[in-house]
Design a protein around this ligand. Sequence first.
Ligand SMILES: [Zn+2]
Length: 215
Amino acid sequence: MASLKMIKHVPIAGTLECLTGLRIGGTKDDIEIGGVDNPVIRHLRTRFPYIPGSSLKGKMRSSLEYALGKVGSRGEPCGCGLAGCLVCIIFGPHRNTRHSLGPTRILVRDAMMSVDGNEDPERWIEVKSETAIDRSTGIAGNGSLRQNERVVSGAKFAFDISMRIFEDDDEGTLLGSVRQALTLIEQDYLGASGSRGYGKVKFSFIEPAAWREQT
Ligand SMILES: [Zn+2]
């Protein structure tokens, strides 16, 4: 790219609503002894579930890669680094340090639950007992049940994305690709177990103003 002069940040923000249960797993560090087998990720202090920015960003990237035919033959993220590759411009070329696209254009922050202060975090989480599947055989193993947490439908999270625009960037094209990625997630799913119907979400926008729904 010719110029690395940054012009501005464009905020992309609003509400992500769960239309079905949502499962984004916590790390092992979050698992408490005697707890469920597969907890959802929770904020360490408030105990409310949240959507890590890395989860949302990763799904945006992979959705756009599939739509643009930019997924590698082994399923790896795009690292082409070509000047015309919207995936590499917006998200950064995967494992490619020899490119001239400039910095990653998008910052995706953790999406926190929109709740009032007195609510109980457990109100937004349900536990489903599901038959554990042996991954090697695809067969349910001796009737064992695993307890999986998920965020209940109706939960709302405040998402917050910031887009950096540099002097030579085509702002409309970059923003359009972000909007496309979010629409693709609505058509697909977020988190785990999409084939079981989990993770259907809807985005509504506060910013940019042009993306607010006309009512
Ligand atoms: Zn690329």
